[in-house]
Design a protein around this ligand. Structure first.
Ligand code: ADQ
Length: 729
């Protein structure tokens, strides 16, 4: 189990540190399930690493079958990752508070770092037989990092808050990273079908994944990921037991005052303020109800580290004061207001006594208070007024459903609830109770675990070829145009990366496929490289193809022969720089004259000397006013003209197919390297692109991914066979 918080809280008291188990149905359901199977719970203790008295930093000893592993966080990390990205960026955005969403790359980086650390602890605590269940919005990137560290782990993810529509999610600069993060799991669980739909749409629209809506599947990085709705529930038996006790305790005769109840974590998504206004509206419109109703709002303070929550508290205080000031009479105030956490027995007693529960979040993943209130109505009485923006509204259709933003509508629903005939109340409540009892939280845990098993097994059985999946995605796009222009980078795309560039040889299989492709009708193959043109032509050696060398400065192929104008002007500077670099080769460095550029290879230089040499070479190239780029074990100087692989690709397309090529040609670029990103970017929206291999840092302009040159070869074979043309029908 991996969750932001471990299932207990650490209280610091004068007499020492006290560890309390977290109350709540979820922990009560998850722990026994974990204990039954034997497992580890990974999470944060809630204390900063700096104030690490052993008890606060380290989790308590294992209980029965469950061990705890703490993920240490510094106060700075807590501020950025937890109070920052999780609670000021994801929380508001996923609840449709777009204007309140903070966009800050520093908090994003901290979130990524902390998620990586959680994944590391989870990887160390599990093996390939284990199922790792990751929880919630604080840990959306954990499946991604875990998959990288332990590719064969079975991973399930459950999101406890809403998953927003694609148009909302895309506001976030890191929206793709978040979806990719989740989709590294075998199963992604959400509360209700509309959230699952949003996940599928986001995977399709923001990542270009192939999606099977009927089956609830996303094909992502060669794996099939299930996306399913699993509405969470509560510990029904426990609520019923407490309600039973409460009933016995309260034998006071029916009071003439109708009790209305609100219970929430203090949070702006819960609509507490709007709810107060609805009570005010009720009293304005129906003066006869004065002295006859009492509204009790219970709130647990939460996230006190986040500034917005303090402001909200002040705002609610003021409104309660104003409304009570306006309507109170001797011996009666309309609003009673408790700010603290109540023990479960007291909370359930309040539920049991309340005639009406007002559960009106502006947006809520599920909302357990609604279900708890229903479960506590042992005599099937009481009315639930429920926001249609809560996930719970999907199941609890017999409640009075309201739009929580519409103060008039909520006031009218309250009025209706207070007037509702007993028969109607019982009919509605018994239907609701039946529904809640049928889906207890233990059943939810079991169902989710079974679904995870199924998804994990399927993921192991279907070793889907990533190239096959890509073909299916590309086919409809290819079918719209008559010709395909396929651009292929050389190193890392057609051949695996090797320690010494001079050893990168094209496999015989790849050469034969290229040879066949050169003769395929309506297929135009272009090989692109940073290598010198002559070197590239000699290495590939297939006639009839177009070759782009030197990052685009030289192009040759059927009907095209191009050298960038500026090349001649810079030839002397390039040669002079190369001659100077020759003088630095004593310790094993090597100079490569590539025609349009000069490369200085330092991979073979002893570690200790490398940095100094690199700095010297860089300074020397800059003195010659060349553009310097740093590769792995390599420094390169190029003419400082705005020309790169992206420009070259467009030049080939325009030269060969005319300026209006996009209406007739499907241009597809496959590359693995930073310099290929220029081409991906040029083709954004007018062509398509595929990045090969993992990207350090994650970000890429490419539309799709392929894992390695082998997968590229599979795709290339498909093109060479001409089958893409068949896709047109
Ligand atoms: P929360 O936003 O915390 O949960 P909710 O589902 O209502 O919201 O759960 C709140 C819990 O806190 C309830 O069990 C309630 O009894 C308890 N609680 C509230 N006020 C209390 C008080 N004053 N004293 C004691 N206990 C109190 C997130 C999502 C929800 C989703 C859950 C579970 O935001 O949409 O339902 O996770 O997935």
């Amino acid at each position: 189990m991996v969750s932001n918080r471990l299932p207990f809280t650490v209280d610091r008291r004068p007499e020492g540190v006290r560890i309390r188990r977290s109350p709540g149905g979820l922990v009560a359901a998850l722990e026994p399930a974990l204990a039954q199977r034997g497992g580890v719970w990974v999470g944060w203790t809630g204390a900063a690493r700096e104030d690490d008295d052993t008890a606060a930093g380290a989790p308590p000893a294992a209980t029965e079958n469950v061990q705890y592993r703490a993920v240490p966080l510094t106060a700075h990390e807590i501020a950025l990752y937890y109070a920052g990205f999780a609670n000021r960026t994801i929380w508001p955005l996923f609840h449709y508070f777009v204007g309140q969403t903070q966009i800050d790359s520093a908090t994003w980086r901290a979130y990524e770092r902390v998620n990586e650390r959680f994944a590391q602890v989870a990887a160390d605590a599990s093996d390939d037989e284990a199922l790792v269940w990751v929880h919630d919005y604080q840990l959306l990137r954990v499946p991604h990092h875990l998959r990288r560290l332990a590719p064969r782990r079975r991973i399930a993810f459950f999101l406890h808050i809403p998953f927003p529509a694609a148009d909302v999610l895309r506001v976030l600069p890191w929206s793709r990273d978040l979806i990719q993060g989740m989709l590294a799991a075998d199963l992604v669980g959400v509360h209700i079908p509309s959230y699952a739909d949003h996940v599928l749409t986001c995977a399709e629209r923001l990542l270009g994944c192939e999606v099977d809506r009927g089956a609830g599947l996303v094909r992502f990085e060669g794996r099939e990921v299930s996306v399913e709705a699993h509405p969470i529930s509560i510990d029904v038996a426990e609520v019923e037991r407490l309600a039973e006790q409460a009933a016995r305790g309260s034998d006071a005769p029916d009071t003439p005052v109708a009790e209305i109840l609100g219970v929430d974590r203090l949070d702006y998504t819960k609509g507490i303020h709007e709810r107060m206004l609805a009570v005010e509206r009720l009293l304005e419109r129906h003066p006869g109800l004065r002295r006859r109703i009492a509204f009790t709002q219970v709130m647990v303070p939460s996230r006190e580290r986040v500034a917005e929550y303090g402001e909200l508290k002040r705002e609610i205080d003021e409104t309660v004061g104003r409304i009570n000031g306006r309507f109170s009479e001797r011996g009666w105030s309309p609003i009673r207001y408790l700010v603290r956490s109540l023990p479960p027995a007291e909370l359930v007693a309040l539920y049991r006594q309340a005639d009406v529960a007002l559960v009106t979040p502006l947006r809520d993943g599920m909302n357990l208070v609604a279900k708890e209130y229903v479960a506590a109505q042992l005599d099937d009485d009481g009315v639930l007024i429920l926001s249609e923006m809560a996930g719970a509204a999907d199941e609890l259709q017999e409640a009075l459903l309201v739009n929580p933003f519409d103060v008039d509508e909520v006031a009218e629903a309250l009025h209706r609830a207070l007037q509702m005939p007993r028969d109607e109340r019982r009919a509605r409540m018994s239907a609701l109770r039946h529904r809640v009892r049928a889906n207890d939280v233990r059943a939810w845990v079991e169902r989710f675990l079974e679904a995870s098993e199924r998804a994990g097994l399927r993921a192991r059985n279907t070793v889907a070829s990533p190239a096959d999946a890509l073909q299916r995605m590309l086919a409809p796009w290819l079918a719209r145009r008559s010709t395909v222009a396929l651009f292929l980078d050389y190193d890392g795309t057609l051949t695996p990366i090797v320690p010494r560039p001079e050893d990168a040889q094209l496999s015989e299989a790849a050469r034969q496929t290229l040879d066949q492709a050169a003769r395929t009708p309506n297929l135009d193959i272009v090989i692109v490289s940073g290598r010198a043109l002559a070197d590239l032509q000699q290495r590939v050696g297939v006639p009839g193809l177009t070759y782009v060398g030197n990052h685009g400065f030289e192009i040759e192929g059927p009907g095209i022969s191009f050298r960038h104008d500026e090349l001649e002007r810079w030839r002397a500077a390039l040669e002079a720089a190369a001659a100077e670099l020759d003088l630095l080769t004593a310790s094993g460095a090597r100079v490569e004259r590539k025609g349009a550029s000069v490369a200085f290879h330092v991979r073979t230089v002893p570690e200790g000397e490398r940095r100094r040499l690199e700095r010297q070479a860089e300074a020397l190239l800059r003195r010659r006013r060349l553009r310097v780029s740093l590769g792995k074990g390599l420094i390169e100087g190029r003419p400082p003209v705005p020309w790169d692989k992206g420009h070259a690709v467009l030049h080939v397309l325009v030269h060969r197919h005319g300026a209006d090529w996009p209406s007739r040609v499907s241009a597809l670029y496959i590359g693995d390297d930073r310099t290929d990103e220029d081409a991906f970017r040029s083709l954004e929206g007018i062509g398509r692109s595929i990045r090969v291999g993992p990207t350090a840092g994650g970000a890429s302009y490419a539309d799709y991914r392929l894992p390695d040159p082998d997968a590229v070869l599979v795709l290339l074979r498909w093109f060479a066979s001409g089958a893409f043309a068949g896709a047109k029908s």
